[in-house]
Design a protein around this ligand. Sequence first.
Ligand code: ADP
Ligand code: MG
Length: 455
Amino acid sequence: MAVLPEGDARQQWIQVQTRLRGEFGETNYSTWLKPLEFAEIDGERAVLAVPTQFMRDWVLANYADRIRSIWSTINPAVRQVALNVRPGAGLAMRPSPPSANPLVRPASDAQELEELGVRLDPRFTFETFVVGKPNEFAVAAAERVAAEPTPPFNPLFLYGGVGLGKTHLMHAIGWRAREVDPTRRIVYLSAEKFMYQFVRALRSKDTMSFKEMFRSVDLLMVDDVQFISDKDSTQEEFFHTFNALVERGKQIVISADRSPADLAGLEERIRSRLGWGLVADIHPTTYELRLGILQAKAEQLKVQVPSDVIEFLAQRINSNVRELEGALNRIVHQAGLIHRPVTVEMALDVLRDLLRANDRRITVEEIQRAVVEHYQLKLADMASSRRSRVVARPRQVGMYLAKQLTPRSLPEIGKKFGGRDHTTVMHAIKQVEKLVREDPAFADDVEQVRRRLMA
Ligand code: ADP
Ligand code: MG
């Protein structure tokens, strides 16, 4: 049999890849196919290198047949495709198990861990975090966790409403911990990403490397665990990972938008376990904290913002820090556009909608009215026990918005929706959160109801 010049075979692989990309789409392609590297043609076998066993199994199960048949149309001599594991092959996605000797670490180690998690955001450090009464306890706890080589408490559970700095604090822990000990293996990721990775490992029947990867970490930070709640197998795996790390004396930091006790949907033993360490809540901002944050942000933006404008914003935008930052950015941007100094008058004008939303105290009744108008139902449907989806879904939207837009507690909300108990409300909120993420049309409906309320 004629031996193919290597350059030709490489060329063929590029052609095969192009076809694969067209057939399987960009995401599959870049995750699974692009990292495959041409190795050699050995008789009638085309040999590719893959970076990990995990990927090899997946590609074999899902793509190898197609690779072979495309290749043989380009070069009929090729009748088989083989995959060899070669660490370092390809470019993307290389979660390989840690090296046995912790002193010998491959250079790509830090990068691997970042792929497992998410890169830390350079803006989110302790230095840029403004400390005040509402968050000082959480900050102190976070600083200790970052500084100490063995966990002072495990886990550190941070909770608070949206936009109050949970994610910022976790990144800050990561940066500081890395500064204190650059060899510490740090992973930060959202609970969603954790689930996604686990489900993918399950599908390819390779949970081993998943476990290995996560259990080799020194500091694991999982953000927004309220999203982990309803998928049983991921919950279980999360719990095992959690226990394995705690047993090995590794630090875990968790965040959620509610306390461990309020994480309905989570198994009881897991919920209670999450509360064993230190639970630190971040309270809603105070006027003083908002002032401090605005001053710090204005300084970072290197703009002069008159103190009356800062005070005005701190007074009027009392929802959360994200909105506060957004408001400041908007007026600074506007001032730049029209080459005018920032004034209170301008802020009033530019931030009209935001200010109105912050001013209005929306009631649960108003929300129910807006929901039934939007979905063309009767007000009684909000309290009825009918379970048909046409009513049940809007009712869930109502509960969700009530939690978001009013200070009412879950039991209070349940009461106003026909005397339902707080776990039902919790479930409704989760359901809506999930649908909002997954179904754009549904998300749009919710947004329209919200706008109706803000108008
Ligand atoms: P969460 O994760 O709790 O929803 P984030 O950490 O994403 O909130 O914070 C939202 C925004 O507000 C981020 O840009 C963050 O930097 C900023 N932020 C929140 N709290 C503070 C604070 N105390 N000092 C400075 N910036 C803050
Ligand atoms: Mg966050």
